[in-house]
Design a protein around this ligand. Structure first.
Ligand SMILES: C[S@@+](CC[C@H](N)C(=O)[O-])C[C@H]1O[C@@H](n2cnc3c(N)ncnc32)[C@H](O)[C@@H]1O
Length: 143
């Protein structure tokens, strides 16, 4: 494959270097769950990263998010709802246990199954057009 580039650093730095509305899709697959309450601020999903993802996704662009930790799913749903920049299709919550079309389990998912964590949750969020100011500015310094 000739069209793959790897970035071996913090993904937020990569996002911050991208032009607004420059991506069609983002896949956030099993980000570290940080299950302890006092560690949740380390989760990849935060107000700032959601704003950055909203900024770099084109309108109608898609954010795919998978986790096997229900609390992280709730956390993500709350952050994205608060941002106002993403929509979920009707029925998405009820169907969240259905993998993405063409899905091939990641290494983490295979490990989770082997360790007895039987279910995952899969969400497909669409970047909407209702908050253009998020796309222009983001929330991180330097934008
Ligand atoms: C639970 S693993 C899942 C790996 C893979 N997506 C899978 O499903 O097999 C989470 C991964 O996210 C990486 N990670 C955590 N924070 C990151 C960040 N800010 N930027 C890029 N990668 C990060 C970790 O190094 C780890 O490899």
């Amino acid at each position: 494959m000739a069209n793959i580039a790897l970035y071996a650093d913090d993904a937020i730095k990569l996002l911050m270097g991208l032009e607004p509305a420059s991506l069609d899709e983002i896949f956030l697959l099993y980000p570290d769950p940080w299950p302890k309450t006092r560690h949740r601020k380390r989760r990849f999903i935060s107000t700032a990263t959601v704003a950055e993802m909203a900024r770099v996704l084109r309108p109608e662009g898609v954010l795919y998010f998978a986790t096997d930790i229900k609390n992280y799913a709730d956390w993500t749903l709350a952050h994205l709802a608060r941002s106002g920049a993403f929509d979920l299709a009707p029925g998405a919550l009820e169907q969240a246990h259905i993998p993405f079309k063409g899905w091939r389990p990641t290494r983490y998912e295979q490990k989770a199954r082997a360790e007895g964590r039987a279910t995952s949750l899969y969400f497909t969020f669409t970047r909407n057009r209702t908050k253009p100011e998020v796309a222009e500015q983001g929330l991180l310094p330097g934008k």
